[in-house]
Design a protein around this ligand. Structure first.
Ligand code: C2E
Ligand code: CA
Ligand code: CA
Length: 428
């Protein structure tokens, strides 16, 4: 079968998108295609792609398929029904059909495919729609989800990201970063046990940029190393100031996975730990340890031996089980805020949280719940035996100066809304 070029596909998209129901453009990728090609050779691999194109042609018509890259095809079709669910299921069915064995020179070969798609919007050129489908294909491969719809929200504004990245390194040097601290308290007594350091960036033009926006980028570009060095130094200085003022609390610092298996970073961090007087906690997500796991585990162990407490962050948001986490040299488990903030509204979450707490205790982890937003959740967590809590209900992340004022007022028991609220709960 003859497969069209990208240019022809673009003109087909232009025609089909004029229909009232618009058009759906999908990019279909053959996973690990270079491996397949290495195994069966170039010619047969081309025949394989042609057979896949013919199968897809049964669904969308042969004129509406193009080769986008050696390992991907683009298709356009009019959704029979605008319901999102039905488009998604049509493409899932297509993926299943494409994954049935293909007869190539008498040998049945089956491949895995990933699909990304984008729906047309009125003012958007065909070129953009096709590009969006290809971006969604990348996302579907990354997330290992079979079919992914392009989401402008998830994709964000790439130009802004690039400009921000360009500015981050200079921003660190110019002192544009700050740390805010969010309190962690003992669930039984209400005593402050620690505070998590959360980085803030005030950009001279863009204003305050949330960490969720620049941390993932910094992890990609490698700036995370500079950023974390800065955070660690600042957090250690602040913890010394706090201790001298009579608040020897622990400071939690988030460590990105990539750094934990970086031996150079680990060596410098061990030197820093010598200054931290055993008051640092490293928050590490379970999913971040997947790369170079042996090295990561060895470094975590060295950090723990040098006096750091190790917390498994965002527990429950990944796929790993406590049985897997058990091998980590960790002291505490932070249950992800998505389970905690819904605690009083959902029927399932309380069971999940309760059993996580019990299992974590059986494995000798302390349990911290993050994202505690209301008195009901706090009361429930207390009943479940959760050791520590953190969240907007106890306090928002705040600059060091405010943290001081807060601690001092809390200790003095003055009539302040939040400590009083906490006090009322802890005194019953
Ligand atoms: P995280 O480690 O899970 O940090 C907790 C986040 O939850 C913080 O968002 C905090 O403000 C927010 N939060 C706290 N209490 C509540 C609550 O009651 N309700 C809700 N809805 N949210 C609450 P933030 O400060 O925007 O940080 C986002 C993420 O950025 C962090 O998630 C962490 O993954 C990353 N991050 C922040 N600072 C650093 C850093 O210095 N290094 C690294 N590697 N990552 C950092
Ligand atoms: Ca954290
Ligand atoms: Ca977290």
């Amino acid at each position: 079968m003859r497969v069209q070029s990208r240019r022809v596909l673009l003109s087909r998209i232009d025609v089909l998108r004029l229909a009232p129901e618009g058009a759906c453009v999908a990019a279909i990728g053959v996973d690990r295609f270079t491996r397949v090609r290495g195994a069966i050779g170039y010619d047969l691999a081309e025949r394989l792609i042609a057979s896949l194109a013919a199968r897809a042609g049964d669904l969308v018509g042969v004129d509406n398929i193009a080769r986008l890259a050696p390992d991907s095809l683009g298709v356009v079709f009019q959704p029979f029904d605008q319901a999102e669910r039905s488009i998604h299921s049509v493409l899932s069915d297509l993926a299943i059909a494409l994954e049935q064995p293909v007869d190539v020179a008498g040998v049945p070969i089956s491949v895995h495919v990933s699909i990304g798609y984008a729906l047309s919007t009125t003012l958007q050129p065909a070129q953009d729609q096709l590009q969006h489908a290809e971006i969604a294909l990348d996302q579907s491969r990354e997330q290992r989800a079979r079919v992914v719809r392009f989401s402008a929200e998830d994709y964000g504004d790439p130009m802004r990201r690039i400009l921000l990245m360009r500015d981050l390194r200079g921003g660190i040097d110019r002192g544009e970063l700050r740390l805010h601290y969010q309190l962690q308290v003992d669930t039984r007594t209400g005593a402050v046990t620690g505070a998590e350091a959360l980085v803030r960036w005030r950009h001279p033009q863009h204003g305050s940029v949330p960490p969720d926006e620049f941390i993932p980028m910094a992890e990609e570009t490698g700036e995370i190393r500079e950023l974390t060095d800065w955070v660690l130094d600042q957090a250690i200085m602040d913890s010394i100031v706090l201790a001298e003022a009579g608040w020897p609390i622990r400071i939690g610092v988030n460590l990105s996975g990539r750094l934990i298996s970086d031996d150079e970073f680990a060596d410098l961090t061990l030197e820093r730990l010598a200054r931290a007087q055993g008051r640092l906690t490293f928050e590490i997500t379970e999913t971040s340890i997947i790369h170079d796991q042996d090295r990561a585990l060895a470094n975590m162990k060295a950090f723990a031996e040098a006096g750091a407490r190790i917390a498994i962050d965002d527990y429950g948001s990944g796929l790993s089980s406590l049985a897997y986490i058990q091998q980590f040299p960790a002291h505490e488990l932070k249950i992800d805020r998505q389970f905690i903030s819904r605690l009083t509204q959902s029927h399932k979450d309380p069971l999940l949280v309760r059993s996580s707490i019990e299992l974590a205790h059986a494995l000798e982890f302390d349990v911290v719940a993050e994202g505690v937003e209301d008195a009901g959740s706090l009361a429930l967590l207390r009943m479940m035996g959760c050791d520590q809590v953190q969240g907007y209900f106890i306090g928002r992340p705040m600059p060091l100066g405010e943290l001081f004022a807060y601690l001092d007022r809390g200790a003095g028991g003055e009539a302040l809304s939040t400590p009083l609220r906490i006090g009322a709960i802890w005194s019953d």
